[in-house]
Design a protein around this ligand. Structure first.
Ligand code: HEC
Ligand code: HEC
Length: 206
């Protein structure tokens, strides 16, 4: 881990790095490996199917990175996007590094994802009642239920994840206890219309 003091980066020369807390500085350095797909402000990149991360709580980011590292997420042969993320998670060499990068991601200012899908938000509001217990009435997430915030996520990413839960590509690994909690909820959205509607409602909450 970096300990502050002088940091020398090749041609860029040396700069003072004592301002940020030690862990955050280390996390920022590790985040360099994530920028290519998740962008330097953490806004994600639809072209690479990489979700927005900025402002995601560190407890959730740590949990997901642990799953990618162990193969509990992103290891299914049909999970094209997960298979792209999984080796990236393994560039983090230790639990300290996982926590450092997650702490840094939490400090990034959430971005406002553009809408790419259409749905009926009024119908979606009814459907969302079933989600409140774990994702919160304002989509802010419920840590005690391991439910992540949804308000920072892009519509296309949420749709893809719900489809993966339905298809058993996410949330079926025996080690993935919290994914297993979400899976029946995804299956309770019977049609593409229901999925689009609930996402349309989530997009109004931000
Ligand atoms: C090569 C592109 C790529 C790189 C580099 C990359 N990621 Fe990802 N990441 C993805 C993709 C694609 C997904 C979506 C996986 C899915 O659909 O399940 C993802 C998903 C994630 C998620 C899950 C978010 C959620 O809401 O569940 C986290 C956390 C994450 N990445 C963190 C990181 C970190 C930290 C790094 C740097 C160490 C990193 N990623 C580097 C492509 C990348
Ligand atoms: C019983 C609790 C519970 C309920 C109810 C629930 N979820 Fe979830 N949801 C979770 C958990 C836990 C996760 C994270 C799974 C993991 O750790 O991989 C999750 C993950 C998700 C994700 C993926 C987020 C990401 O960043 O990858 C989406 C999208 C989602 N839920 C949507 C919904 C919607 C829409 C509803 C209502 C129809 C709903 N959930 C109801 C527990 C729940």
């Amino acid at each position: 881990l970096l300990t502050g003091g002088l940091l020398c980066l090749g041609a860029a020369g040396c700069s003072e790095v004592s301002a940020a807390p030690e862990g955050l500085e280390a996390g920022e350095q590790l985040y360099i490996y994530c920028v290519q797909c998740h962008d330097d402000n953490g806004s994600g990149n639809q072209q690479f199917r990489a979700p927005a991360l900025a402002g995601m709580p560190s407890w959730y980011v740590v949990a997901q990175l642990d799953k990618f590292r162990s193969g509990a997420r992103g290891d299914h042969p049909d999970d094209v996007d997960g298979l792209r993320m999984r080796p990236m998670s393994r560039t983090l060499k230790s639990q300290d590094e996982v926590e450092a990068v997650a702490n840094f991601i939490e400090t990034l200012t959430p971005t406002r994802p553009e809408r790419t899908m259409k749905g009926d938000a009024i119908a979606g509001a009814q459907l969302y009642k079933a989600c409140v217990q774990c994702h919160g009435a304002a989509g802010e997430g419920v840590k005690s239920q391991a439910g992540p915030p949804l308000i920072r996520s892009s519509d296309w990413y949420m749709a893809a994840q719900i489809q993966k839960f339905k298809d058993g590509i996410r949330g079926t690994d025996p080690e993935d206890k919290t994914g297993a909690q979400m899976r029946p909820m995804a299956m309770s959205l019977p049609t593409d219309k229901a999925v689009n509607d609930v996402i349309a409602y989530i997009m109004t909450m931000r």
